[in-house]
Design a protein around this ligand. Structure first.
Ligand SMILES: *Cc1c(COP(=O)(O)O)cnc(C)c1O
Length: 393
């Protein structure tokens, strides 16, 4: 039997060097030496496995990917220099001019840009489906040229869910590649492969690093599909630096304990916010009031590290709330040990019209908190004082 999640995240390790080190060293090397002409030939001919050049593979990145595969239940993967490189190659590897992508409308901003403004230049079209649409609407939008379904769940910043098993079955029925950006949940909370996903993508920048230090990503899947992704990566070069691969492999060692605490703090903050008179509504997948609470319990182990709430009042109330925070950070990231607050209507989604914002669940008073690992009482106290002092500013 496979070892447990925590054990695999810690004990999967690249082979020790002749120095017998306990912790994996950083392999800061651009290339690897061939023992002889025959080995070089066999390596280039893919007859044997081994490192050649760090743009293709490197022991630190291999260790990081081997762990992620064990945690997600996939066979193989590719580490990338950013989450966006992962999103891009995870789709581009399977698409050509004339193909069509079916995607959830609630996607990370840059993923949206790839589908809306870049792929059309190469003759690749898409259809967005609103996250609340039932399965038959998804099915109705499948065209003969549809190759791939791309979704994120929970969504950002709405924290709405997509039924992974239902979409997985739909993808199977129509022979489509089902690609899930699992960044918000992490492999500790949700394993899309269990529900029929073929490709799992990650921005490792968020909870996987968990400490706001690294930009990185990964694409995971079957050996057969990853072969295509690896070909594209090897020859276009979005390779992860070995230093970052080393850091992320270390980060995975603590992913389980960190996610337990992120989720515990987030649930406590969400429950506290629900009792506040200045708050119109709170969204958190593991709150019984979440409209998809049952689905959350079915496909997620815990509710995740993000909480959103709707502050009574207008756009300025949201901005004033952020200005009044004393401890929580105001920064364009999430999944950090430090709690982070953001106001999508005036920042990430400010270019959208009110109607477009409403379609992805963003109201003027919507605040997103990435709940960190500080003591929960200190997080609650800062949110409470900011809520009170922003009332009259
Ligand atoms: C941050 C993020 C990305 C992009 O990842 P980078 O590492 O910033 O390139 C993609 N998808 C989701 C859901 C994200 O949160």
């Amino acid at each position: 039997m496979d070892k447990h999640f925590e054990t695999q995240a810690i004990r999967i390790q690249s082979e020790k060097s002749t120095h017998r080190e306990h912790s994996t060293p950083i392999y800061a090397t651009s290339s690897f030496v061939f023992e002889d002409a025959e080995q070089a030939r066999a390596l280039f001919a893919d007859e044997i496995e081994g490192n050649i050049y760090t743009r293709f593979s490197n022991p630190n990145n291999n260790e990081f990917i081997e762990k992620l595969c064990a945690l997600e239940g996939t066979e193989d993967g590719v580490a990338t220099a950013s989450g966006m490189a992962a999103m891009f190659i995870s789709m581009a590897a399977f698409l050509k001019s004339g193909d069509h992508v079916l995607a959830s409308r609630a996607l990370f901003g840059s993923t949206h840009q790839i589908l809306t403004n870049l792929f059309p230049r190469w003759g690749i079209t898409h259809t967005y489906v609103d996250i609340h649409e039932p399965l038959d609407v998804w099915e109705r939008h499948i065209q003969p040229s549809t190759k791939l379904i791309f979704v994120e769940t929970p969504s950002n910043p709405g924290l709405d869910l997509i039924d992974l098993a239902a979409l997985g079955a739909l993808a199977k029925k129509h022979d489509l590649i089902f690609n899930v950006d699992n960044c918000f949940a992490t492999p500790y909370l949700q394993n899309p492969a269990q529900f029929g996903a073929h490709i799992i993508t990650h921005s490792a920048t968020k909870f996987i690093d968990g400490q706001g230090r690294v930009i990185a990503g990964a694409v995971l899947g079957s050996k057969e599909l990853i072969k295509e992704v690896r070909f594209l990566a090897r020859h276009t070069g979005p390779a992860l630096s070995p230093f970052n691969g080393w850091m992320l492999s270390k980060s995975l060692e603590t992913l389980a304990v960190r996610m337990e605490k992120h989720c515990q703090n987030a649930l406590e903050l969400a429950t506290f916010l629900e009792s506040q008179p200045a708050v119109k509504s709170v969204k958190y997948p593991f709150l019984p009031s979440h409209p998809q609470h049952e689905l959350a319990k079915k496909q997620m182990r815990l509710g995740g590290g993000l909480v959103t709430f709707d502050l009574k009042g207008d756009l300025d109330r949201g901005r004033n709330f952020l200005n009044a925070l004393k401890m929580l950070s105001f920064t364009a990231n999430l999944g950090d040990t430090r709690s982070i607050a953001s106001h999508p209507a005036s920042t990430t989604h400010s270019k959208l019209t009110d109607e477009e914002r409403a379609a992805v669940g963003i109201t003027p008073g919507l605040i997103r908190i990435s709940v960190g690992l500080e003591h929960i009482e200190d997080i609650k106290a800062d949110v409470l004082q900011a809520m009170e002092s922003s009332k009259d500013s």
